[in-house]
Design a protein around this ligand. Structure first.
Ligand code: HPA
Ligand code: MG
Length: 214
């Protein structure tokens, strides 16, 4: 596992951007505070991650495992960039896809209980894509589970890693952004299933938290 995964570090003082500077779905206009990571920046960073991943895979067949639901946008965009590299370079790596579903959050708090649903071809696993590493507990549990299938190699790619005192010290092999310990939504990240249909990664407002509370 990489001990040092270079990434874009977003400082504690970073406030993001005013919502009025971007296009936001009208149904979420009063449920959000700020745009935190604009969609374009997510894609630009993802393009580079695709290159770094391909450089490190050394010609192995990749089973790309998407951790649903929060990872689906990042997964799809990352694979698109990897496919473009495969089409346009002398070296290309065959890839199959699989999906696993995890659930541990209710409102903006972890329930501590992790439910795993799905996944069929885990024995040939060589790669994994997820949306966010918060405390790292979920990922540690999942890696433990994957061990049973004796994968040749497991590399974890996460779009976001949170700086939090609650961290168990887990760091993925590839990271998009390191962010402060705030709850973010959008780009498939949810608050009780809402906000997945938002392009940018945003900070939810108190009003939004209240409106979609369970
Ligand atoms: N947003 C959405 N889901 C999450 C987060 C977050 O900030 N942290 C852990 N799961
Ligand atoms: Mg969630």
């Amino acid at each position: 596992m990489a001990t040092d995964s270079p990434c874009i570090v977003i400082g504690d003082e970073e406030r993001g951007y005013d919502l009025d500077l971007f296009c936001i779905p009208k149904h979420y206009a009063s449920d959000l505070e700020r745009v935190y990571i604009p969609h374009g920046l997510i894609l630009d960073r993802t393009e580079r991650l695709a290159r770094d991943i391909m450089r490190d895979m050394g010609g192995h067949h990749i089973v790309a495992l998407c951790v649903l639901k929060g990872g689906y946008k990042f997964f799809a965009d990352l694979l698109d960039y990897i496919k473009a590299l495969n089409r346009n370079s002398d070296r290309s790596i065959p890839m199959t896809v699989d999906f696993i579903r995890l659930k541990s959050y209710c409102n903006d708090q972890s329930t501590g209980e992790i439910k795993v649903i799905g996944g069929d071809d885990l024995s040939t696993l060589t790669g994994k894509v997820c949306d966010i590493i918060d405390t790292g507990k979920t990922m540690k549990t999942l890696l433990q589970l994957l061990k049973q299938y004796n994968p040749k190699m497991v590399k974890v790619v996460s779009l976001l890693v949170k700086r939090t005192e609650r961290s168990v010290g887990y760091r993925p092999d590839f990271i998009g952004f390191e962010v402060p310990d705030i709850f973010v939504v959008g780009y498939a990240l949810d608050y009780n299933e809402y906000f997945r249909d938002l392009n940018h990664i945003c900070v939810i407002s108190e009003k939004g938290k209240e409106k979609y509370k369970e």
